[in-house]
Design a protein around this ligand. Structure first.
Ligand code: C2E
Ligand code: CA
Length: 397
């Protein structure tokens, strides 16, 4: 499946060292990419991209090059709106690669992965295959799902929610759940939120979607409350939802109608997107906070929100991105970022949630570093409400 997808793709490989350039081109060809073009400098690479004679699906780029370096190439590609995938290559330490990856992602580029020189051929092939499968899945879903279908699905209640527990790291008690949207398409099966949230944002359906999710989550929150189950309920909000000044009032109406205590609602907003237009959102975030819900800054570590910005904003909770949690026990850089995020949150008296805890070693590390709450497959995956209720009952036995 992936091999045939790669045959139709074209890649540009950029490296100033001749030997490395030949090696990378050979490995990319071996992975099955149909057309591989090489460039020996950043300037030559950008000329090739801007030439428009051919469109590249993948760019493999070395970071250290004389003249225009790889970071400058990335910046330019982002400015040009390059929509393919990028693989970063470096002979320096992993930290430089991680920073460059973050920078590229924050600028909206699709990073397939990064490679430390010297790398074995199979690492390149495996990255290429992973990308081909992901691209096929995304383009299949996007080309097959129309905004009209999504609109109909929101109205007819085809979009439902799953709940993933968050537990106290000291006691293991389940304190809250995160609500995650799911679309069970009658013919195409489950479509993930990564795909349909994007369509909803681009086709002005994000408000209808948010209202449907908030309604389902708060009605369920109210049921749990009546059953004597004390849980906070977190929802994810797109920045597009914050365009309307009456958003805080709309949320309050829905929560009141559902009969849920608004203080038990948590609103998660992703960090990397928040920095783009900070000032605009301060007004609406402050009003939202005044209505009672806890505001949570999600995927912390992927954006550039500074201590000063955090101080200005009414967030009470910080969720550390799983990139700095999962496997951090064996990765010095991730652990350092995790540790400094926890200490930053503590200074600002925020609750810290570690996301992506998948194994016991992750749990041990985040507990030791002082994260208050833990979420991830090690505890439980997202579940439909019946499965979640049964899981909770079993856990409380
Ligand atoms: P998120 O807010 O980062 O949500 C956590 C994602 O990580 C979920 O993916 C969850 O299934 C997954 N996850 C949980 N534990 C683990 C773990 O231990 N390891 C790994 N590798 N993954 C884990 P999901 O459900 O596919 O959601 C993807 C994203 O879509 C969410 O990321 C959130 O940003 C967005 N999203 C989901 N529901 C909504 C919604 O109702 N509205 C909006 N605006 N966005 C939503
Ligand atoms: Ca979230």
């Amino acid at each position: 499946m992936s091999a045939s997808a790669l045959t139709g793709m074209s890649a540009l490989v950029v490296d100033d060292e001749e030997f490395m350039l030949d090696f990378l081109c050979m490995a990319v060809e071996k992975s099955g990419v149909g057309n591989v073009v090489s460039a020996t400098s950043g300037v030559e690479a950008l000329d090739q991209v801007e030439d428009r004679q051919q469109v590249f699906d993948i760019i493999v780029c070395d970071l250290q090059m004389p003249g225009m370096d790889g970071i400058e190439v990335i910046r330019q590609l982002a400015n040009d709106g390059f929509s393919g995938g990028i693989i970063l290559v470096s002979g320096k330490d992993k930290r430089v690669l991680k920073t460059a990856e973050n920078m590229a992602e924050v600028r909206g580029l699709k990073v397939i992965g990064s490679l430390c020189k010297p790398m074995p051929v199979h690492e390149i092939i495996s990255l290429m295959n992973k990308y081909a499968v992901a691209e096929q899945h995304a383009s299949w879903a996007i080309s097959n799902v129309t905004a009209n279908e999504l609109d109909a699905a929101i109205r007819s209640g085809e979009i439902t929610v799953n709940y993933q527990p968050q537990v106290d790291s000291k006691t293991g008690v389940v304190k809250s759940v995160e609500t995650l949207a799911r679309w069970f398409h009658p013919e195409r099966g489950m479509i993930t939120p990564d795909i349909f949230i994007d369509i909803a944002e681009r086709h002005d359906l994000i408000d209808a979607l948010a209202e449907s999710i908030i309604m389902q989550a708060t009605q369920q929150g109210s049921i749990w409350h009546k059953q004597g189950i004390d849980l906070s309920v977190a929802i994810n909000i797109s920045l597009y939802n914050l365009r309307h000044l009456d958003f805080p009032d709309r949320i309050t109406d829905i929560v009141n109608q559902a009969g849920m205590d608004i203080k038990k609602l948590v609103i998660e907003i992703t960090e990397s997107r928040l920095v783009q237009d900070l000032g605009t959102y301060l007004d609406i975030l402050s009003r939202l906070r005044l209505k009672g819900p806890l505001l949570s800054i999600d995927d912390f570590g992927t954006g550039y929100v500074s201590m000063d910005h955090l101080k200005q904003m009414p967030f009470g909770e910080l969720k550390i991105d799983r990139a700095f949690v999962n496997g951090a026990y064996k990765d010095d850089t991730a652990r350092a970022i995790l540790q400094s995020s926890v200490s930053l949150a503590k200074q600002l008296e925020m609750t810290v949630v570690a996301k992506g805890v998948e194994v016991k070693e992750d749990w041990d590390l985040v507990s030791e570093l002082g994260c208050d709450m833990v979420q991830g497959y090690y505890i439980a995956p997202p579940m439909d409400v019946e499965t979640f209720d049964a899981w909770l009952l079993n856990r409380c036995k």
